[in-house]
Ligand binder design. Structure first.
Ligand code: ZN
Length: 480
């Protein structure tokens, strides 16, 4: 950009000061004092701004590289009494093989995993629960099975405590490295999953809540003020929701199969009206899918019209993704139709936030091929590769209904959603849908399928002009 003035620069005139009466000296001193004071007041804010800008310029410009955490240890956790359990060691092996096959693994920086400390586990979990999990290391298979049956959809192996601690610690290592700008972003290929684990209980294949602990850790260790947690696993991550439902420093967004509570975990808490409580009201965003077969267009539309407007208003300093791939086509649990490439695009959409500090942690995904391809697609995006093209289709009416309902709930809390009033997401879409229920996958064009570009303009922008240089290149007329 050419920043040279387009014409001769007039001499800058100083304010005229009286100099011929008896009070002149005194007024001059007062003026000097006022100027000095003003400068001091201003300099405080300026110093903060300059420090922030330096931080931005120096730290983030140096941040490069995608961290990848994995260890053979993650294959040690398995179900002793059900060898065909879907949450199996092959899940992480398949991902690592796919990364190798696509030459993505050598392009990532290997990050050494570590076990989380007790203090770190206690950031989210109750001490009694952590102590109990530690004791499982010396339990017999029978005792482990009996204990597991106390929880919903959980198995515990004698190595589970150590492996689950390693899964937490792996993500904490990535948090350290992106927050100190040693890395730009990262992916933790770990298991067991974590997003269902709660304060005092294991749940849904999850023992410790990896993402929730990493969120608290980032806040405590790196003074991160706002964390966005995106949960695209096909199951609702109620464990993460419960950890932060009263906390406005954590924005939790979950898109999940729901079917009016007909799908596991069968909770009313997973529905769109549940939006957090107390100071955290508006900071829990649930987008429940009430049908299976959701496509790329449904997921992309949800991000474009719901998540991203809110996320850009929230301005997170770190983005953590509970990255399950059971929403990918072919998964026996999710029964969705999103392609692996869709998750590449979703990752890319998040990379514009938090100066690119985006960390993905593996959650579910029970079709080995779909999971491996989904994870590899995300790593490819994290590395900066161009996103693959998606097949063109329109979002389904069922998806639009869900998105509209969630927007209606969050409309009062987020001004960025209010601009949608009268737009394509207005009530008529929902009313028409209710009157004429149609199948997911129908191809009626919807206004939401159209990509639009927003234009921001306000006449007040004309009021910013250079008073002493009428030829300054940054002219008010430039916005026309
Ligand atoms: Zn899942």
């Amino acid at each position: 950009m050419d920043t040279k003035p387009s014409g001769a620069r007039p001499a800058r005139r100083s304010p005229r000061l009286p100099n011929s009466n008896s009070n002149a000296q005194g007024r001059s001193e007062e003026l000097k004092e006022a100027k000095r004071k003003g400068k001091m007041d201003r300099s405080k804010g300026e110093d903060e701004l300059v420090a922030q800008l330096k931080h931005l310029e120096v730290s983030r410009s140096l941040a490069s590289g995608t961290g990848l955490v994995h260890s053979e240890e993650f294959t040690r956790h398995n179900c002793l009494w059900d060898p065909s359990h879907p949450e199996c060691p092959d899940r992480v092996t398949a991902i690592m093989e796919e990364l190798e096959r696509r030459d993505l693994r050598p392009r990532c920086l290997a990050v050494e995993p570590r076990e989380a400390t007790e203090q770190e586990l206690l950031l989210v979990h109750k001490k009694d629960y952590v102590d109990l999990m530690r004791k499982t290391q010396t339990m017999s298979e029978k005792e482990l099975q009996t204990l597991s049956e106390n929880y919903d959809s959980v198995y515990i192996h004698p190595d589970s405590f150590r492996v689950a601690s390693l899964a937490v610690g792996s993500l904490l290592e990535l948090v350290d490295k992106v927050m100190t700008s040693e890395l730009r972003n990262g992916f933790s290929v770990s298991r067991p999953p974590g997003h269902h684990a709660q304060f005092d209980q294991a749940n849904g294949y999850s023992l410790f809540n990896n993402v929730a602990i990493a969120t608290r850790y980032a806040q405590r260790q790196h003074r991160v003020k706002r964390v966005l947690v995106v949960d695209w696993d096909v199951h609702h991550g109620q464990g993460i929701q419960y950890a932060f439902e009263e906390d406005p420093s954590v924005l939790y967004f979950s898109v999940h199969r729901y079917e009016k509570a007909g799908f596991w975990p069968h909770l009313q808490d997973s529905d769109s009206p549940v939006a957090g409580s107390g100071a955290g009201l508006g900071y829990t965003i649930n987008l429940p899918w009430n049908k299976t077969g959701m496509t790329d267009a449904d997921y992309i539309t949800a991000f474009q019209h719901l998540l991203l407007p809110v996320a850009y208003q929230f301005q997170p300093q770190l983005v953590l993704v509970a990255a399950g791939f059971d929403g990918v086509r072919g998964d026996p649990k999710g029964e969705m139709e999103a392609t692996p490439q869709c998750f590449s695009v979703l990752t890319r959409m998040l990379m514009g936030l938090a100066e690119g500090r985006v960390l993905l942690a593996l959650e579910g995904g029970y079709n080995l091929r779909s999971t491996a391809e989904g994870a590899a697609a995300c790593v490819s995006s994290l590395l900066g590769d161009p996103c693959p093209p998606l097949s063109s289709s329109s979002p389904s009416l069922s998806a639009l209904t869900s998105i509209s309902e969630t927007i209606s709930v969050h409309y009062p809390y987020w001004s960025r959603l209010q601009v949608l009033e009268g737009g394509p997401l207005a009530d008529d879409v929902v009313i028409r849908h209710k009157a004429n229920e149609e199948q997911v996958g129908e191809t009626n064009p919807s206004p939401l399928g159209v990509m639009t570009t927003g234009l921001a303009y306000d006449e007040r922008m004309m009021e910013h002009l250079n008073l002493w240089d009428s030829h300054h290149p940054e002219q008010p007329s430039g916005i026309f």
